[in-house]
Design a protein around this ligand. Structure first.
Ligand SMILES: Cc1cc2nc3c(=O)[nH]c(=O)nc-3n(C[C@H](O)[C@H](O)[C@H](O)COP(=O)(O)OP(=O)(O)OC[C@H]3O[C@@H](n4cnc5c(N)ncnc54)[C@H](O)[C@@H]3O)c2cc1C
Length: 354
């Protein structure tokens, strides 16, 4: 039987970063990943943005998470000699005078000076979008090409013989106090990083997920030259070579992985409100985000089996939360550091029953 420190289930952003951190700490890791399943990470826009929403809310833990993610992704790029982290920043043209007033008041009121700068309507950089009122420029924002990054990490795991493409079957999992046995593997611990599929896992299906389907479009926009992400509720990510990604929708009541005509129409109509250039839709993707009721990650031990863990609930912000929390999880697992209570699944132990 092959002896391991950890079995990691899933190779989305969550499982990949956790496996990577554990391997860097010289742990023997095996990632088991079902490659036949559609995943959230494969369709993510990959945006990281410290100031979001209608009220210019500062992202939870922004002052810790954003400096951390910058150094994490940059060092990953250096290690693997591949570019997937794009510090494009982000531009929000004001949609109308009411929004302009509201945003300017909030910018005055909150201490957002580190992140936000006001842009005037005559700025030449934004002539390909409706910019009659000017807008807000957000720094420390950008996007990560998540599929490209995960492919590189998968190759890294494979080269270290730490990866197998297979679906874990809970019926074949033998959990005892001191070990986890799964087929020919014996590990000290197992960590489930299954994204939305956690809802089908009897060990963790009691945690209050609130999954949200989302869709994006791929488009050709001839001569598009805005280098920032443009966001007016719906966003345009410049992918280069006149290619853009448009997104995204939020649907809570029809959870499937299929692209829909209604989302295509909604995204197109919203983008057409502010993009002044013609475009041609070339693709459409759909996924289910592992969002949670209290909008905080689900990290920690199973209430009964102390060597069984979950690393999940990254919701709409996997790209910004995963690097930071993978490190926190490593500290928790290997250095007995306490997990932040807002992220620790202990907060839901009362919901668990045998
Ligand atoms: C349309 C859309 C746009 C998004 N845009 C952004 C964005 O701009 N920025 C951002 O930060 N986030 C975005 N997200 C959210 C982001 O995708 C998620 O936060 C993140 O990808 C979740 O990663 P994960 O690893 O938890 O789950 P997943 O990516 O779903 O990965 C789970 C993995 O587990 C595997 N698996 C599951 N069950 C088993 C099993 N039993 N055995 C073996 N393997 C198993 C699956 O095959 C999969 O590889 C978006 C999501 C969607 C749908």
């Amino acid at each position: 039987m092959k002896q391991l420190d950890y079995i990691i289930v899933g190779q989305g952003i969550a499982g990949s970063f956790l496996a990577y951190q554990l391997m860097r700490a010289d742990k023997k890791v095996l990632v088991l990943n079902d490659e036949t399943l559609p995943t959230s990470s494969q369709v993510a826009g990959g945006i990281f943005n410290p100031i979001t929403g209608k009220n210019l809310d500062k992202t939870w833990l922004a002052d810790q998470i954003f400096p951390y993610l910058k150094s994490f992704y940059s060092s990953l790029e250096n290690e693997f000699h591949t570019k997937f982290y794009h510090e494009t920043n982000l531009y929000r043209p004001f949609a109308n005078e009411q929004q302009q007033k509201h945003f300017l008041r909030l910018t005055d009121e909150y201490d957002l000076g580190n992140y936000i700068k006001i842009v005037q309507s005559d700025n030449v950089d934004y002539q390909q979008v409706v910019n009659d009122l000017g807008g807000l420029y957000t720094s420390s924002a950008g996007w990560v090409n998540v599929p490209k990054m995960l492919e590189i990490l998968r190759d890294f795991f494979k080269n270290k013989e730490s990866y197998q493409a297979q679906k874990i079957d809970n019926c074949q999992l033998q959990i005892s106090e001191n070990s986890i046995v799964y087929k020919a593997f014996q590990a000290k611990r197992i960590i489930f990083c299954e994204g939305y599929y956690s809802l089908q896992n009897p060990l963790f299906n009691w945690i209050p997920f609130n999954p949200a389907k989302g869709e994006t479009l791929l488009a050709d926009v001839e001569s598009y030259n805005i280098s920032e992400i443009v966001n007016q509720g719906f966003w345009i990510i410049p992918l280069g070579n006149d290619k853009c990604r448009f997104g995204s929708t939020y649907i809570w009541d029809r959870l499937d992985w299929e692209p829909s005509e209604s989302s295509k129409e909604l995204i197109s109509s919203k983008i057409s409100k502010f993009l002044t250039l013609p475009y041609k839709i070339t693709g459409q993707e759909a996924g289910i985000r592992p969002t949670t009721k209290d909008r905080r990650p689900f990290i920690g031990n199973h209430p009964l089996h102390k060597n069984v863990y979950i690393f999940n609930g990254l919701g709409t912000k996997g790209v910004s939360l995963a690097p930071y929390f993978a490190e926190k999880m490593l500290d928790f697992l290997e250095s007995d550091k306490v997990l932040m209570s807002e992220a620790n699944i202990e907060r839901f132990y009362s919901l668990y029953s045998l």
